[in-house]
Design a protein around this ligand. Structure first.
Ligand code: AHG
Ligand code: MN
Ligand code: MN
Ligand code: MN
Length: 333
Protein backbone atom coordinates (compact mmCIF):
# COMPACT_ATOMS: atom_id res chain seq x y z
CA UNK A 1 0.00 0.00 0.00
CA UNK A 2 1.36 3.43 -0.92
CA UNK A 3 2.15 5.22 2.29
CA UNK A 4 1.63 8.99 2.55
CA UNK A 5 3.69 11.56 4.43
CA UNK A 6 2.48 13.74 7.30
CA UNK A 7 2.47 16.73 4.93
CA UNK A 8 0.27 14.97 2.37
CA UNK A 9 -2.06 13.79 5.16
CA UNK A 10 -2.43 17.34 6.51
CA UNK A 11 -3.04 18.84 3.05
CA UNK A 12 -5.67 16.20 2.23
CA UNK A 13 -7.28 16.58 5.67
CA UNK A 14 -7.56 20.34 5.07
CA UNK A 15 -9.12 19.67 1.65
CA UNK A 16 -11.70 17.21 3.02
CA UNK A 17 -12.54 18.65 6.45
CA UNK A 18 -11.30 22.24 6.30
CA UNK A 19 -10.08 21.81 9.89
CA UNK A 20 -6.38 22.44 9.34
CA UNK A 21 -5.79 26.02 8.19
CA UNK A 22 -2.28 26.75 6.88
CA UNK A 23 -1.06 28.13 10.22
CA UNK A 24 -2.22 25.02 12.09
CA UNK A 25 -0.61 22.81 9.46
CA UNK A 26 2.64 24.74 9.90
CA UNK A 27 2.35 24.36 13.69
CA UNK A 28 1.88 20.58 13.47
CA UNK A 29 4.73 20.17 10.98
CA UNK A 30 7.06 22.31 13.13
CA UNK A 31 6.20 20.31 16.27
CA UNK A 32 6.68 17.05 14.33
CA UNK A 33 10.10 18.25 13.17
CA UNK A 34 11.01 19.17 16.76
CA UNK A 35 10.01 15.64 17.85
CA UNK A 36 12.38 14.28 15.19
CA UNK A 37 15.17 16.35 16.74
CA UNK A 38 14.27 15.17 20.26
CA UNK A 39 14.18 11.56 19.02
CA UNK A 40 17.68 12.00 17.62
CA UNK A 41 18.96 13.39 20.94
CA UNK A 42 17.21 10.63 22.93
CA UNK A 43 18.73 7.99 20.65
CA UNK A 44 22.27 9.10 21.45
CA UNK A 45 21.87 8.25 25.14
CA UNK A 46 25.20 8.13 26.95
CA UNK A 47 27.01 8.97 23.71
CA UNK A 48 25.36 12.36 23.56
CA UNK A 49 25.75 13.73 27.06
CA UNK A 50 21.94 13.86 27.35
CA UNK A 51 21.46 11.52 30.32
CA UNK A 52 21.33 12.30 34.01
CA UNK A 53 19.98 15.25 35.94
CA UNK A 54 20.48 18.97 35.55
CA UNK A 55 20.21 19.44 39.32
CA UNK A 56 17.54 22.13 38.90
CA UNK A 57 14.06 21.79 40.40
CA UNK A 58 11.10 22.64 38.17
CA UNK A 59 7.75 24.16 39.13
CA UNK A 60 6.47 20.62 39.70
CA UNK A 61 9.00 20.08 42.49
CA UNK A 62 10.81 17.52 40.31
CA UNK A 63 14.57 17.49 39.74
CA UNK A 64 14.90 18.25 36.02
CA UNK A 65 16.68 15.74 33.80
CA UNK A 66 19.02 17.10 31.12
CA UNK A 67 16.59 15.82 28.46
CA UNK A 68 13.67 17.65 30.11
CA UNK A 69 15.54 20.90 29.46
CA UNK A 70 17.00 19.94 26.06
CA UNK A 71 13.60 18.89 24.69
CA UNK A 72 11.94 22.01 26.12
CA UNK A 73 14.55 24.20 24.37
CA UNK A 74 14.10 22.31 21.08
CA UNK A 75 10.33 22.93 21.13
CA UNK A 76 10.72 26.62 22.03
CA UNK A 77 13.30 27.32 19.30
CA UNK A 78 11.39 25.35 16.66
CA UNK A 79 8.16 27.28 17.27
CA UNK A 80 9.29 30.88 17.85
CA UNK A 81 9.92 32.07 14.27
CA UNK A 82 6.90 30.60 12.40
CA UNK A 83 4.35 33.32 13.14
CA UNK A 84 1.74 30.67 14.01
CA UNK A 85 1.85 31.02 17.81
CA UNK A 86 0.81 33.67 20.32
CA UNK A 87 2.54 31.94 23.24
CA UNK A 88 3.68 28.58 24.65
CA UNK A 89 3.39 26.78 28.00
CA UNK A 90 5.38 23.81 29.25
CA UNK A 91 5.63 21.44 32.19
CA UNK A 92 9.21 22.65 32.49
CA UNK A 93 8.49 26.40 32.62
CA UNK A 94 6.77 28.11 35.58
CA UNK A 95 5.18 30.84 33.45
CA UNK A 96 4.07 31.13 29.82
CA UNK A 97 6.64 31.85 27.08
CA UNK A 98 5.85 34.80 24.81
CA UNK A 99 6.96 35.03 21.17
CA UNK A 100 10.02 37.33 20.87
CA UNK A 101 9.19 40.77 19.43
CA UNK A 102 11.31 40.13 16.30
CA UNK A 103 8.73 37.53 15.18
CA UNK A 104 5.00 38.01 14.38
CA UNK A 105 2.39 36.55 16.75
CA UNK A 106 -0.12 33.96 15.47
CA UNK A 107 -3.54 32.78 16.64
CA UNK A 108 -2.58 29.47 18.28
CA UNK A 109 -1.27 28.59 21.73
CA UNK A 110 0.91 25.51 22.20
CA UNK A 111 1.22 23.58 25.47
CA UNK A 112 3.59 20.66 25.93
CA UNK A 113 5.16 18.12 28.20
CA UNK A 114 8.47 18.12 26.33
CA UNK A 115 9.77 14.90 27.82
CA UNK A 116 7.19 12.52 29.33
CA UNK A 117 8.42 9.61 31.43
CA UNK A 118 11.61 11.27 32.67
CA UNK A 119 12.21 8.53 35.23
CA UNK A 120 12.79 6.16 32.28
CA UNK A 121 15.40 8.27 30.44
CA UNK A 122 18.49 6.78 32.09
CA UNK A 123 17.31 3.17 31.80
CA UNK A 124 16.47 3.12 28.09
CA UNK A 125 12.71 2.66 28.45
CA UNK A 126 10.30 4.37 26.01
CA UNK A 127 9.67 8.07 26.71
CA UNK A 128 7.90 10.76 24.70
CA UNK A 129 6.53 14.25 24.12
CA UNK A 130 2.89 15.35 24.58
CA UNK A 131 1.37 18.50 23.03
CA UNK A 132 -1.94 20.34 23.01
CA UNK A 133 -3.11 23.21 20.76
CA UNK A 134 -5.62 25.90 21.75
CA UNK A 135 -6.76 29.01 19.87
CA UNK A 136 -5.93 32.38 21.33
CA UNK A 137 -9.10 34.06 22.68
CA UNK A 138 -10.69 36.59 20.27
CA UNK A 139 -9.23 40.05 20.71
CA UNK A 140 -6.48 38.82 23.01
CA UNK A 141 -3.72 41.41 23.50
CA UNK A 142 -0.53 40.40 25.27
CA UNK A 143 -1.09 36.70 26.16
CA UNK A 144 -1.47 35.88 29.85
CA UNK A 145 -1.71 32.60 31.76
CA UNK A 146 -5.46 33.21 32.01
CA UNK A 147 -5.75 32.92 28.18
CA UNK A 148 -4.47 29.33 28.43
CA UNK A 149 -7.05 28.26 31.02
CA UNK A 150 -9.53 26.79 28.53
CA UNK A 151 -11.27 23.39 28.99
CA UNK A 152 -9.88 20.46 26.99
CA UNK A 153 -12.97 20.55 24.75
CA UNK A 154 -11.51 23.73 23.20
CA UNK A 155 -8.41 21.94 21.87
CA UNK A 156 -8.04 22.13 18.07
CA UNK A 157 -5.28 19.51 17.93
CA UNK A 158 -3.37 17.18 20.26
CA UNK A 159 -0.68 14.59 19.86
CA UNK A 160 2.18 12.68 21.34
CA UNK A 161 5.45 11.16 20.18
CA UNK A 162 6.88 7.93 21.57
CA UNK A 163 10.68 7.54 21.41
CA UNK A 164 10.78 3.75 21.57
CA UNK A 165 11.86 0.85 19.31
CA UNK A 166 10.13 2.94 16.63
CA UNK A 167 9.61 6.68 16.89
CA UNK A 168 5.90 7.33 16.30
CA UNK A 169 3.73 10.45 16.25
CA UNK A 170 0.03 10.08 17.12
CA UNK A 171 -2.18 13.01 16.14
CA UNK A 172 -5.79 14.18 16.21
CA UNK A 173 -7.30 17.39 14.84
CA UNK A 174 -10.83 16.33 15.75
CA UNK A 175 -11.50 13.86 12.92
CA UNK A 176 -10.11 10.63 14.33
CA UNK A 177 -6.64 9.51 15.41
CA UNK A 178 -3.74 8.70 13.06
CA UNK A 179 -0.27 7.33 13.70
CA UNK A 180 2.88 8.26 11.77
CA UNK A 181 6.15 6.32 11.99
CA UNK A 182 9.47 8.12 11.53
CA UNK A 183 11.36 6.90 8.46
CA UNK A 184 14.83 7.66 9.76
CA UNK A 185 16.54 7.18 6.38
CA UNK A 186 14.28 9.70 4.66
CA UNK A 187 13.77 11.82 7.80
CA UNK A 188 10.01 11.87 7.13
CA UNK A 189 6.88 10.94 9.11
CA UNK A 190 4.90 8.24 7.25
CA UNK A 191 1.21 7.42 7.90
CA UNK A 192 1.16 3.86 9.30
CA UNK A 193 -2.20 3.62 11.14
CA UNK A 194 -5.44 5.41 10.18
CA UNK A 195 -8.49 6.07 12.36
CA UNK A 196 -7.22 4.17 15.42
CA UNK A 197 -10.02 2.76 17.62
CA UNK A 198 -9.72 1.62 21.25
CA UNK A 199 -11.56 -1.69 21.91
CA UNK A 200 -14.56 -0.96 24.18
CA UNK A 201 -13.83 -4.03 26.32
CA UNK A 202 -10.44 -4.99 27.72
CA UNK A 203 -8.65 -7.45 30.01
CA UNK A 204 -5.71 -5.18 30.79
CA UNK A 205 -5.24 -2.37 33.31
CA UNK A 206 -2.43 0.07 34.10
CA UNK A 207 -1.86 1.62 37.53
CA UNK A 208 1.09 2.19 39.87
CA UNK A 209 -0.01 -0.42 42.45
CA UNK A 210 2.60 0.74 44.98
CA UNK A 211 0.24 3.65 45.82
CA UNK A 212 -2.59 1.26 46.84
CA UNK A 213 -2.53 2.29 50.51
CA UNK A 214 -3.34 5.89 49.47
CA UNK A 215 -6.26 5.11 47.13
CA UNK A 216 -9.85 6.07 47.90
CA UNK A 217 -12.46 3.28 48.31
CA UNK A 218 -13.90 3.34 44.73
CA UNK A 219 -10.42 2.72 43.24
CA UNK A 220 -9.58 0.08 45.83
CA UNK A 221 -12.87 -1.72 45.09
CA UNK A 222 -12.36 -1.51 41.31
CA UNK A 223 -8.73 -2.74 41.35
CA UNK A 224 -9.49 -5.52 43.87
CA UNK A 225 -12.20 -6.81 41.50
CA UNK A 226 -9.73 -6.77 38.58
CA UNK A 227 -7.18 -8.66 40.68
CA UNK A 228 -9.80 -11.21 41.79
CA UNK A 229 -10.52 -12.00 38.14
CA UNK A 230 -13.00 -14.83 37.55
CA UNK A 231 -12.90 -15.68 41.29
CA UNK A 232 -14.58 -12.32 41.97
CA UNK A 233 -17.53 -10.47 40.40
CA UNK A 234 -15.78 -10.01 37.03
CA UNK A 235 -16.31 -12.59 34.29
CA UNK A 236 -12.65 -12.82 33.29
CA UNK A 237 -9.05 -12.62 34.54
CA UNK A 238 -7.09 -9.40 33.93
CA UNK A 239 -3.46 -8.56 33.10
CA UNK A 240 -1.52 -5.55 34.45
CA UNK A 241 1.05 -3.29 32.74
CA UNK A 242 2.71 -0.10 34.11
CA UNK A 243 5.51 1.51 32.06
CA UNK A 244 5.60 4.83 33.99
CA UNK A 245 5.70 6.76 30.71
CA UNK A 246 2.14 7.92 30.07
CA UNK A 247 2.83 8.11 26.31
CA UNK A 248 3.84 4.42 26.20
CA UNK A 249 0.92 3.22 28.35
CA UNK A 250 -1.56 5.26 26.29
CA UNK A 251 -0.05 4.04 23.00
CA UNK A 252 -0.48 0.40 24.12
CA UNK A 253 -4.11 1.14 25.07
CA UNK A 254 -4.81 2.85 21.72
CA UNK A 255 -3.55 -0.29 19.99
CA UNK A 256 -5.01 -3.12 22.11
CA UNK A 257 -7.34 -1.56 24.69
CA UNK A 258 -6.94 -1.17 28.44
CA UNK A 259 -7.62 1.28 31.23
CA UNK A 260 -4.94 3.71 32.51
CA UNK A 261 -5.38 5.10 36.01
CA UNK A 262 -3.50 7.71 38.00
CA UNK A 263 -5.95 8.31 40.87
CA UNK A 264 -5.90 11.14 43.34
CA UNK A 265 -4.78 9.97 46.75
CA UNK A 266 -4.90 10.99 50.37
CA UNK A 267 -1.33 12.34 50.40
CA UNK A 268 -2.34 15.65 48.71
CA UNK A 269 -4.61 18.22 50.40
CA UNK A 270 -6.90 18.59 47.34
CA UNK A 271 -6.18 14.98 46.31
CA UNK A 272 -5.39 15.47 42.57
CA UNK A 273 -2.78 12.75 42.03
CA UNK A 274 0.29 13.37 39.84
CA UNK A 275 -0.72 14.08 36.24
CA UNK A 276 -1.11 17.62 34.91
CA UNK A 277 -4.38 18.68 33.29
CA UNK A 278 -3.23 21.10 30.59
CA UNK A 279 -0.42 19.16 28.88
CA UNK A 280 -0.93 15.52 29.91
CA UNK A 281 -4.58 14.74 30.77
CA UNK A 282 -6.30 17.06 28.24
CA UNK A 283 -4.31 16.08 25.11
CA UNK A 284 -4.49 12.38 25.99
CA UNK A 285 -8.24 12.70 26.72
CA UNK A 286 -8.82 14.32 23.29
CA UNK A 287 -6.92 11.51 21.56
CA UNK A 288 -8.60 8.75 23.58
CA UNK A 289 -12.13 10.12 22.98
CA UNK A 290 -11.39 10.55 19.25
CA UNK A 291 -10.44 6.84 19.25
CA UNK A 292 -13.76 5.81 20.83
CA UNK A 293 -12.52 5.66 24.43
CA UNK A 294 -13.38 7.73 27.52
CA UNK A 295 -11.43 9.91 29.98
CA UNK A 296 -12.67 11.11 33.39
CA UNK A 297 -11.25 12.37 36.67
CA UNK A 298 -13.43 9.82 38.48
CA UNK A 299 -16.44 12.16 38.42
CA UNK A 300 -16.29 14.44 35.38
CA UNK A 301 -15.22 14.15 31.75
CA UNK A 302 -11.62 15.41 31.73
CA UNK A 303 -12.27 17.70 28.75
CA UNK A 304 -15.15 19.46 30.58
CA UNK A 305 -12.93 20.61 33.48
CA UNK A 306 -12.53 24.40 33.67
CA UNK A 307 -8.82 24.89 34.51
CA UNK A 308 -7.96 27.18 37.44
CA UNK A 309 -4.15 27.05 37.24
CA UNK A 310 -1.67 26.31 34.45
CA UNK A 311 0.06 23.43 36.24
CA UNK A 312 -2.95 22.00 38.08
CA UNK A 313 -3.05 18.24 38.57
CA UNK A 314 -6.03 15.97 38.03
CA UNK A 315 -6.88 12.32 38.72
CA UNK A 316 -6.97 10.37 35.41
CA UNK A 317 -9.02 7.32 34.37
CA UNK A 318 -8.84 6.79 30.60
CA UNK A 319 -9.04 4.08 27.92
CA UNK A 320 -11.60 1.40 27.01
CA UNK A 321 -15.00 2.99 27.48
CA UNK A 322 -16.69 0.14 29.40
CA UNK A 323 -14.00 0.09 32.10
CA UNK A 324 -13.77 3.88 32.46
CA UNK A 325 -17.56 4.01 32.84
CA UNK A 326 -17.46 1.24 35.48
CA UNK A 327 -14.75 2.82 37.69
CA UNK A 328 -16.39 6.26 37.28
CA UNK A 329 -19.76 4.76 38.34
CA UNK A 330 -18.09 3.34 41.49
CA UNK A 331 -17.12 6.94 42.38
CA UNK A 332 -20.79 7.98 42.21
CA UNK A 333 -21.98 5.25 44.63
P1 AHG B 1 6.88 13.42 33.45
O1 AHG B 1 8.07 12.54 33.25
O2 AHG B 1 6.56 14.28 32.26
O3 AHG B 1 6.97 14.20 34.73
O4 AHG B 1 5.60 12.46 33.56
C1 AHG B 1 5.69 11.27 34.21
C2 AHG B 1 4.29 10.79 34.53
C3 AHG B 1 3.68 9.92 33.45
O5 AHG B 1 4.40 9.89 32.26
C4 AHG B 1 3.64 8.53 34.07
O6 AHG B 1 2.49 7.85 33.73
C5 AHG B 1 3.70 8.83 35.54
O7 AHG B 1 4.40 10.04 35.71
C6 AHG B 1 4.42 7.74 36.29
O8 AHG B 1 4.25 8.05 37.67
P2 AHG B 1 4.96 7.11 38.77
O9 AHG B 1 6.43 7.34 38.61
O10 AHG B 1 4.40 7.62 40.08
O11 AHG B 1 4.55 5.70 38.46
MN1 MN C 1 4.58 13.72 31.69
MN1 MN D 1 7.69 15.76 31.42
MN1 MN E 1 8.29 15.80 34.99
Amino acid sequence: MKRISLTQYLVEEQRSHNTIPAELRLLIEVVARACKTISHAVGKGALGDVLGTANIENVQGEVQKKLDIISNEILLEANEWGGHLAAMASEEMETIHLIPNRYPMGEYMLLFDPLDGSSNIDVNVSIGTIFSVLKAPEGMGQPTEQDFLQPGSKQVAAGYAVYGPQTVLVLTTGNGVNCFTLDREMGSWVLTQSNMQIPVETREYAINASNARHWFPPVTRYVNELQAGKAGPRETDFNMRWIASMVADVHRILNRGGIFMYPGDAREPDKPGKLRLMYEANPMAFIVEQAGGAATDGANRIMDIQPQKLHQRVPVFLGSKSEVERVTAYHQQ
